[in-house]
Design a protein around this ligand. Structure first.
Ligand code: N01
Length: 544
């Protein structure tokens, strides 16, 4: 739908059953569910000029998925699963963007998605039990339900470094990468940030650029992805097993089709431990975290063994001992930050045209017209890449002026950190559902699995309301309070709170430090959501 076809402030307000914000995995799934499976009148607004969400925006060099393709996808339609051919284990961004475009076409979604349209505000009308939603183009619509599908990692963090805007060369944040790409040939490139993104981009930029300087504040643990193309027999085996694969993704703690092994680190000999870790390193991928020992994320001694294993790998790969030590993380346990997986990251530091610069001990002082100045050196650069991450989990929601019952602003209610019930609703914000909102497992689970669960839960809740003749649903303050406490309690059992990561908002100056995702694992969370439903939607208040 073009902007011209929608209502403007001058015209009548269009009445909708639901507005969905975002057209990534979550928004697309929500649209199909509500519109095609439930017959609702739905409008999706999307800021980008294409669908895909994360996979529309993050087109930086080396961007690829680090969950395996055949389970990092929609499971709700068997025909879609059968007809789509993944090229290999870890598809690059263009392939996932193509997949999501294919889904949008296949299910005739585009007619209800308005692209290039940022939602600027959403205010709840107490008397009508409806949301009034405004866009950057001045459109105004009214919807019974507001469903946010804005993504957990979509509000870019571009650090406010003095002189940032004075740089005369090209500069890019990795999540706002130009469609036409960036030509690094013959260029001196500086890259700030060594999270999953920086770690994926570094080897690819290094191979193209004249010189790459990586500015590292905190070294990160990464294990090899070991990407491989699928053979015809892999495709056939996967397609045959899809129902079982998808079932397992719903039952496992992190939404992968395998379960953490029931074996504690100290229950085996030092030789056996080494053998297990070697095997996982060779196999590659996230299995390093789940497939060897069960206590990696809860027992500091077990964690240190795995952490030191990775450090020794770094020391073995990186030829310059000083660079190797700089790359070794020592200030946080493995897995307490979201672990990246990589293709040729550490070995890239053996290239003559790559330099690692420690900005922990000699911080960046300023960006200049010609490059960047740290406490003890100047770097001349042609291109500056910000791989500096996101204002995670809350950033995209708080960019929108969301006001609930009685005009309460979400930004005020979350001033001390996000508060939700089950990560699905916020008390005081009736008929608003937050897909993979803070307080749900979200980013700790394979995202499409978490998303599909939330969409199904929300749809069931709406169905329940229809059946009961209710028009308003809202989490109670008490239920929310208890859930927020539970999320905090559970997080204490994991090592997650130990690192300064985006999980806890530590990457954004001034953001309250709160473990935002629910760390209890997906099965427990799903059980909890089901129990709530069985107990007649305990903790939710419905009104006619
Ligand atoms: O962001 P990050 P990301 N000065 O926040 C540094 C997902 N993802 O885009 O650690 C200097 O992890 C910051 O340093 P420090 C995945 O969930 C998935 O890499 O704060 N440096 C850090 O090194 C991932 O976790 C895929 O000290 C500054 C880096 O920038 C999430 O997205 C691929 C700085 C930011 O790391 C975010 O990853 C890529 C400053 N002022 C990402 N501010 C898949 O494959 C920040 N940094 C699916």
């Amino acid at each position: 739908m073009s902007v011209q076809q929608t209502n403007t402030e001058a015209g009548e307000i269009r009445q909708l059953d639901a507005v969905v914000i975002g057209a990534g995995f979550a928004g697309l799934r929500a649209l199909y569910k509500l519109r095609d499976e439930m017959g609702m009148d739905v409008q999706v607004y999307e800021t980008g000029d294409g669908v895909g969400g994360t996979w529309f925006w993050n087109r930086y060099p080396g961007a690829r998925c680090d969950s395996e393709s055949y389970y990092y996808c929609f499971s709700f339609d068997e025909d879609l699963a059968q007809e789509w051919e993944w090229s290999g284990k870890y598809p690059e961004q263009p392939e996932i963007e193509r997949y999501l475009n294919h889904a949008a076409d296949r299910f005739d979604m585009r007619r209800d998605i308005q692209l290039s349209t940022r939602v600027t505000s959403a205010h709840f009308d107490d008397a009508a039990n409806r949301w009034e939603i405004r866009t950057e183009h001045g459109e105004r619509v009214s919807a019974h339900y507001l469903i946010t599908a804005v993504g957990c990692l979509s509000a870019a963090n571009v650090p406010d470094i003095p002189g940032r805007d004075s740089f005369q060369g090209e500069s890019y944040h990795t999540s706002a990468w130009p469609r036409e790409g960036v030509d690094f040939t013959g260029k001196r490139v500086g890259l700030i940030g060594t999270g999953s993104t920086g770690i994926q981009a570094t080897p690819v930029i290094a191979a193209e650029a004249d010189h790459l300087t990586v500015f590292q504040r905190t070294p990160n643990f990464t294990v090899p992805a070991r990407h491989a193309a699928f053979l015809a027999e892999d495709q056939a085996r996967i397609k045959k097993n899809y129902p079982a694969i998808f079932a397992r993704t719903r039952e496992s703690p992190a939404g992968f089709p395998y379960f953490p092994i029931e074996r504690e680190t100290m229950s085996v000999s030092a030789e056996e431990r080494q053998e297990v870790l070697e095997g996982l390193w060779e196999e590659g991928g996230f299995k390093f975290m789940w497939g060897g020992f069960s206590d990696l994320l809860i027992n500091p001694i077990a964690n240190e063994i795995a952490s030191e294993f990775i450090r020794n790998k770094i020391r073995g790969i990186v030829k310059d001992p000083e660079t190797a030590e700089l790359l070794c993380p020592t200030d946080h346990p493995y897995g307490s930050k979201r672990p990246p997986i990589d293709t040729d990251y550490y070995v890239t530091f053996n290239r003559d045209n790559v330099k690692l610069v420690d900005i922990r001990n000699a911080p960046i002082e300023a960006i200049t017209g010609t490059g960047l100045r740290t406490k003890n050196a100047e770097y001349d650069l042609d291109i500056l890449v910000f791989a500096t991450g996101f204002d995670a989990m809350t950033g995209s929601l708080l960019k929108i002026d969301i006001q609930g019952a009685g005009g309460r602003r979400l930004a005020d209610v979350w001033a001390e950190g996000p508060r939700t019930y089950l990560g699905l609703q916020v008390s005081g914000f009736p008929n608003l559902f937050t897909i993979t909102g803070p307080g749900s497992p979200s980013v700790l689970v394979n995202m499409p699995v978490a998303i599909e669960h939330h969409v199904d839960w929300i749809a069931d809740c709406i169905e329940h309301m229809r059946a009961q003749g209710k028009t308003r649903v809202e989490a109670t303050e008490d239920a929310q309070e208890a859930w927020v406490e539970h999320v905090a309690e559970v997080s204490k059992e994991s090592l997650m709170g130990k690192a300064n990561s985006w999980y806890v908002g530590a990457n954004i100056p001034g953001k309250p430090r709160v473990v935002m995702p629910y760390a209890g694992g997906q099965p427990l969370y799903r059980e909890r959501c089901e129990a709530v439903v069985k107990a007649d939607y305990e903790g939710f208040e419905f009104r006619a």
